[in-house]
Design a protein around this ligand. Structure first.
Ligand code: ATP
Length: 400
């Protein structure tokens, strides 16, 4: 793909540039995830010609001047170089065709405003914002003072890069961010756009750290006032070595919510069903902690209390609850989850003489409880139990 674009660029057919993330990551010695290209001209047309040569497919979005070339082993985005202006803070920008410098000037941070011209035989990196110096110093810096007000989602992007690259926010950038948050810039951003950036954070290796920072800076409270308490996120982040999944972090975000607050947060971020379930289950499980700490609770009883709850919610509450007994039971539940199916199935029960009908389901549940409580740990032991139940329930014995 790169070679096909390079050939066209060298032949003077298309001024194409490799831009942004891949150059940043290459310079940092990090693995490159995707290649992004900018074309001074018609990106969809170029994408089509390359896809034809490589026998791939093209997805084109002529309205946005963008296209994706899909090959069996990769997807590559091509964008028409553009200039952007923001008519209103937080709104989507107005877009006009532009050149590569315009395109670099619309970017979020100097470390992403890099371009490599494929049309040059010995390409010299374009670095109009001095992003290379920032990469060397480990700094995240906006390109102009209104950057966060124009597009407040950049606040979440900055915190994501800060934690991923272990970089620092440049002093001015830090002040701009604080001012933008204080001035309520996040109020104007749609839930969809915020959620997409949060999603990107949850995909990172250290999501709790980035969200903990967002809580400290008041970003989460600005997104929804009920999210102002970041202590659960920070506790999760400080657990240190144990990697935490994205959805477990989402659960920690939801942990401080009181019943009734979660619906508002789910609505504000237009959360998909999986997220909403994690949030709701976390709040529900937090209020079950007292019950989960009661003495004498058997594993099967715990199972019934927790059955169907999102595993990430269980995992987060076990790490965050102040009750060691509840934490132990939640952990234990997660460990025993794979045991929660009996070795025997319905047909095996029929073969043992259980009459067809509701009794089968009832005994399968009893078998599951027995397994969870350690009273049966093999198919043979389960068969013995069924025989015992059948003989003790005289009415069924005739079938056994
Ligand atoms: P990643 O961030 O996961 O490493 P990436 O750097 O390629 O990937 P993307 O989110 O895929 O980042 O965006 C591609 C490029 O588009 C970025 O390098 C950045 O320059 C630019 N960009 C993305 N979102 C914004 C934004 N909100 N404002 C300005 N520029 C943006």
């Amino acid at each position: 793909m790169l070679r096909a674009l390079r050939r066209r660029a060298l032949a003077g057919l298309a001024p194409v540039y490799l831009v942004g993330g891949p150059l940043r990551d290459m310079l940092l010695g990090e693995p490159i995830k995707d290649l992004d290209f900018v074309v001074e001209g018609d990106a969809p047309a170029l994408a089509q010609s390359v896809a034809q040569e490589l026998r791939g497919e093209t997805l084109t979005y002529p309205r946005f001047g963008t296209a994706t070339v899909v090959l069996p082993d990769c997807r590559v985005d091509l964008v028409t170089a553009r200039r952007e202006t923001y008519p209103k803070p937080g709104a989507l920008p107005e877009v006009m065709p532009g050149n590569i410098l315009d395109d670099l000037a619309r970017r979020d941070f100097a470390i992403n405003a890099l371009a490599l011209p494929l049309a040059q035989r010995r390409p010299a990196l374009l670095d109009p914002q001095e992003g290379m110096a920032d990469l060397a110093q480990g700094i995240i810096r906006t390109l102009h003072p209104r950057s966060f007000t124009d597009d407040p989602t950049r606040i979440l992007r900055a915190l994501r890069y800060e934690q991923r690259l272990r970089f620092s926010l440049e002093t001015e950038t830090w002040s701009q961010m604080r001012a933008a948050i204080r001035d309520g810039c996040l109020d104007t951003v749609s839930g969809d756009r915020l959620r997409r950036e949060l999603e990107r954070i949850l995909e990172e290796r250290r999501p709790a750290q980035a969200l903990g920072r967002a809580a400290d800076l008041g970003v989460l409270a600005a997104i929804h006032p009920a999210l102002k308490d970041g202590s659960a996120l920070k506790k999760l982040a400080s657990e240190g070595q144990v990697p935490v999944s994205g959805l477990t972090c989402l659960a920690a975000l939801a942990y401080p919510l009181t019943p009734g607050q979660e619906a508002g947060v789910v609505r504000r971020l237009v959360m998909p069903g999986t997220w909403a379930k994690v949030v709701e289950d976390t709040v529900a499980l937090k209020s079950l902690a007292g019950k989960l700490a009661e003495p004498g609770l058997t594993p099967s009883r715990v199972y019934r209390l927790l059955e169907g709850r999102a595993a990430e919610a269980v995992c987060a509450v076990s790490q965050l609850t102040s009750s060691p007994m509840a934490a132990q039971r939640l952990d234990d539940y997660l460990r025993r989850l794979p045991l929660a199916t009996a070795a025997l199935n319905g047909n095996a029960l029929l073969a043992l003489g259980v009459p067809a009908g509701p009794k089968v389901g009832e005994l399968l549940l009893k078998l599951r409880d027995a397994r969870l409580d350690g009273h049966a740990n093999s198919a043979a032991a389960e068969r013995d139990l069924v025989h015992r139940w059948l003989t003790s329930e005289g009415g069924l014995a005739q079938n056994g």
